[in-house]
Design a binder for this molecule. Structure first.
Ligand code: SF4
Length: 379
C-alpha cells in the first residue's frame, strides 16, 4: 500500500545542525613563505592549511608513527656506511633519537617503542638494501651521484654556494617568498636532478610531481640553473622520474603565488565555507577534533579515527585512572553518553564543550590512546 510515511525519511546525520559554537582559527596576518606542503594542503582543504598556520591550533599537528619511520629513513639515506653493523647501529641510534622526540611531543602520553611502529622493520630492511647497493656502486668506482660536470663546480664556486650534493638544504626564493627543503639536489650522470625520498610503496602522483617542480624552481632561484630531472626514490629501491619542463615549473610557481595571495585575503569568518570535509580529505587531518565542518559532515562509515564532541557532565577516578563523562553533542549517530577512561592530562571543567579524537571504543565507554587529541570548544 502506497501513501505518505507517517514519519518522513530522515538521514541518520544532518537532521539538524549540532548545537555547537566553534572558534574558527585566527590566522597570522600574512603567509611569510609558501612551501610545497602548504601548497598541497591548501589545495586539498583551505581550512586545514589555516588550522596549521594558526598559533592556537598548530600544536595539534604532531609527529605520528609513520612520519617517525620516514624521519629515521631520511636520516639514514643521507649517510654512507662501511658495513651492515655500522648501518644497524646508526639505525638504532636514530630510531631512539626520534622516539625521544615523539615522547616530548606527546607527553604525558607515552608512544610505542620504535620496533612497534608500522613499517619500521620493513623500512629498515629496505633502506639497508638501498644504502648497501649505493655503497657497492661507489666502491666499484661508479656513483650516480658523483659524476659532476665541470660546469657545476664552476657555478658553485662562482656563487660561493656549497658544492653539490645538497642534502635537505633549506632553499628560499626571497623575491617570490617561496621556500622548501628538497631531500637531495645533485648531478646524476651529469644531469642536474632534484630528488625526493619516499618511504613505503608510493607512486609519483601529480601532487608529488608538483612538489618536485616546486623544488626545481627553488634550485633555479638559488643556483641559477633549472634541474633537468625530478626523481622520487623509494626506500624499496624503486625510482620514478620525469623530465622537468620550464613551463611546468612556471605553472606551479604561478599557483603557489595565487595561493599566497588567497591565503592573505581569506578571513576567519570565510573559513567554514572554504572547508572541504570528506572521507578522502579528513581521515588523517589532526584538526578534526576542532573542526565544525568535519563534525557536521562526519559519517559512521568514514574510515578514520573516531571523534566525539560533548558537554562535560562529570569527572572522577576509577582506581588510578581518571575518567570524564560526556553528554555527546556530535556526531549525532553516537550514543548520547560517553565515559572516557584513562585521561592523562588535566581534566576539563564541568560544563565545558570538550572534544576528543582517535580514542578506542564505539559504545558508551571509550579509552584514551597515546595519540588521542583533545580540544575545548567555546561554551
Ligand atoms: S577535518 Fe577535514 S574539513 Fe576540517 S580542516 Fe581537516 S581536512 Fe579540512
Amino acid at each position: 500500500m502506497g501513501g505518505r510515511p507517517i514519519v518522513p525519511h530522515q538521514p541518520p546525520v544532518g537532521m539538524a545542525s549540532p548545537p555547537l559554537r566553534w572558534r574558527p582559527p585566527q590566522t597570522p596576518p600574512d603567509a611569510s613563505v609558501v612551501s610545497p606542503s602548504l601548497l598541497a594542503t591548501w589545495s586539498s582543504c583551505r581550512l586545514r592549511a589555516t588550522f596549521q598556520r594558526a598559533p592556537a591550533t598548530a600544536g595539534l599537528r604532531k609527529m605520528g608513527l609513520r612520519a617517525a619511520v620516514g624521519t629515521v629513513a631520511h636520516a639514514m639515506l643521507e649517510q654512507r656506511f662501511r658495513s651492515q653493523e655500522a648501518f644497524a647501529s646508526a639505525w638504532a641510534a636514530e630510531s631512539e633519537r626520534t622516539y625521544q622526540k615523539l615522547r616530548r611531543v606527546w607527553a604525558p602520553a607515552v608512544p610505542p617503542r620504535p620496533c612497534n611502529w608500522p613499517g619500521w622493520a620493513l623500512t629498515k630492511h629496505q633502506v639497508a638494501k638501498r644504502v648497501v647497493r649505493d655503497l657497492r656502486c661507489e666502491l666499484s668506482g661508479y656513483s650516480r651521484t658523483r659524476e659532476r660536470t665541470q660546469a657545476s663546480l664552476t657555478t658553485e664556486s662562482a656563487d660561493r654556494l656549497p658544492t653539490l650534493p645538497w642534502r635537505e638544504r633549506w632553499l628560499e626564493d626571497g623575491d617570490r617568498k617561496l621556500a622548501g627543503r628538497p631531500d637531495l639536489v645533485d648531478r646524476i650522470d651529469g644531469v642536474l636532478t632534484v630528488v625526493d625520498y619516499k618511504t613505503g610503496a608510493r607512486d609519483l602522483t601529480n601532487e608529488r610531481r608538483d612538489q618536485l617542480l616546486f623544488y626545481a624552481a627553488l634550485v633555479q632561484a638559488t643556483l641559477g640553473e633549472l634541474p633537468v630531472r625530478g626523481e622520487m626514490w623509494r626506500t624499496d629501491g624503486a625510482t620514478q622520474g620525469f623530465h622537468i619542463a620550464s613551463a611546468a615549473v612556471d605553472d606551479v610557481v604561478r599557483r603557489a603565488l595565487l595561493v599566497r595571495d588567497e591565503m592573505n585575503l581569506t578571513s576567519g569568518a570565510q573559513l567554514e565555507s572554504k572547508a572541504n570535509p570528506g572521507p578522502d580529505t579528513c581521515p588523517y587531518c589532526p584538526f578534526r577534533v576542532a573542526c565544525r565542518p568535519f563534525i557536521r559532515a562526519y559519517r559512521s562509515d568514514w574510515v578514520c579515527g573516531q571523534v566525539a564532541v560533548g558537554r562535560v557532565a562529570g569527572v572522577g577516578r576509577l582506581g588510578s585512572q581518571q575518567y570524564v563523562d560526556l553528554e555527546v553533542l556530535a556526531p549525532r549517530w553516537r550514543p548520547k553518553r560517553l565515559r572516557v577512561i584513562g585521561v592523562p592530562q588535566d581534566a576539563p571543567s564541568l560544563g565545558d564543550t570538550w572534544a576528543l579524537s582517535d580514542f578506542e571504543g564505539v559504545s558508551e565507554t571509550a579509552f584514551f590512546r597515546w595519540n588521542t587529541l583533545t580540544w575545548t570548544w567555546p561554551a
